[in-house]
Every structure is written in structure tokens, then in C-alpha cells.
Unconditional design. Sequence first.
Length: 346
Amino acid sequence: MKYRVFILLSGEHPTLPRSEVIASLEADNVKFEHLSTHDQVLRLACEDPMTLSECIASRTSMAKECCLELFYCSAEHEEILHLARDVPWDSYVRDRSFAVRIRRIKNYSKGIDAHRLEADIGSIIVKCGGKVDLDQPQVMIVGALTEDVFMLGIRLSKVDRGSFEKRRPKRRPYFHPSAMEPRLSRAFVNLARSPRGGVLLDPFCGTGGFLIEGALIGCRVIGGDIVEEMVRGARMNMKYFGLDPSGIVLHDARKMPFTEVDAIATDPPYGRSTTTAKIPLPKLLEDFIGQAAEALKKGRYLSMACPLGIPIEDYAQEADLELVEEHRFRVHRSLTRRILVLRRRP
């Protein structure tokens, strides 16, 4: 039997949240079918919604919550209530407490009063035996208004986005201004389809942000950096969070001592506060791409960042890597980061 689910996505980037969810499900071998994509909402069909929702909650950083879809319709108040009356609410909330929350994405469907809609749906559910509890409901009913559509569902899981705040770079014992924020670091790890129990490599590990996020989802992590202070700092940060890397070594990413890794996620040096050890950046990245292809298992993925103007696609083609997807992320006025996902051909 196929169930429908919808996933509410963060609005911090137009394309990354959706791609991170898809990559995470693929990494965990969760089977699904794409139904539709809307602004900050992704709809999928699957046979095991609980496994899918657990993957979303435990892996992703740019999703917010996952819901079992009850119905999907145009954003019209009366149509929504008509379909709400047809839901077999007694099988979901009889003798249980519930609350209804309507999420309006941006400013869509301004003609619908979200508070009134919550109350009207709540009244329908009460008649079927549910008990309202706005503080600690046993069942959370979630609706989403986006573009010109509405969907209603039962929350299956919620991402603990606050946990990422505890790992922000300035809250670690070793800090460097080049360190990436943990939510974006986790997205890189997931874009690389890093399998739980598999080996994740970050050959430009810096302060260890990618290694921390990979270890927290169950990867065996290894890293390296050409700067000895960074190697010591990464080890210090991993220890601070109670994580045990398989290895963090001093190395040159153009001559990596690693083979047969399951995923690579990395942010090579290119910003104002980083060093390339006097190696021209295009040459550094070209050599790294060749080494990465040799280190990766066939069919596995590499996620990486680089600035505009570097012909990564050409380097990848020569190394037998194919470009799977690209996202662009503006860092500041003079730097736009390209986020690339490459795959070693089988």
C-alpha cells in the first residue's frame, strides 16, 4: 500500500532543502516516489512512512517536519472543510488529544484566515471524539498553504533544528572564521549520500565541521588537512562532542592516502580566511578532483564547494566523474559559492 507524505522545508535556500531530503532518503535506501514540489513543501509517496519520517528527522538539517498526508486540494476554505469532513478522524484521534496548526508559506493564500481554518477543522475533529490540547497534544494535525494548494496531515516527525545551534563554530573549543555553519555542513554530508556505517572522507577538514555532522548520523569519518593546527583543532572539536573519528591526518589533498571510501564531502580553501599553501586554486582543485575519483568507490558521490569561475566540470569529466546537481549560495558580495554533487561512474 502506498501512503502519501509531505515534508515542510526551510526557506534558507531555494533548492538545497529539497535536494538534501532526496539525497538523505537515497543514502538510507528508503524507497519513495516523487509526487510534487511546491515552495517549501515536498510531496512523496512511499510504502513505509514511519521509516521515511525517521530518516528525515534523524538526518536532515533543512527540513522541518514530515506529515502523513490526509488530503491535498486547492487553497479554498470551503473545499478544505468539505474534505476534512470526509477524513475518518475517529481512527486517528478518538479519545486522544490533538491540536491543529496551519503553516502559511510566505504570503500565499492571503484570502484564507489561517486561525479560522484551524478552528473550523478543530470543530470537525471534536465531533469525532478528539479532545483539544494546544500545549501538549498527542496528535498534531498540520496544514500547509503554499502557492495555490493546501495539504493536511498528521505529523510523523519533527527535525530538531535547535540542536545545530549548539554546534555552531564559535561554540566549539577550536574556532576558525572559515568554518561552515553546522546546518549547511550536514547538508553537504547528506548530498554526498553518506551511508550510515560507511566511510565519509573530508580531505580539507579544517576545524572538523563535516566530520562532526557525519559522525552524528552514524558514518565512520576520516579527514585530513595540510595545516597542522587545523588537524589538532579538528581532533579537539570531535573529542568535545564525544565523537571518535577513524582518523584525522596531516596530508596534502592532492596526494591522498585513502581508497575505497563511500562518500566525500568537503569545502576546499578559497575564501579570504583560508590558505591554499601557495598552490593556485584551479591547479589545487584539478589535482584534488583526480585524487577524489581514485579514492571513491564506483557509483558513489562527492559533494564539494568552489567559487564561480573554476571549471570543475572539465576536471570531473577527465577524472570519470559526472555532475549530478549544482546549487549556488551567496556568501557575501564578492563571493558566490557553487555547491556541486559529483558521482563516480560505475
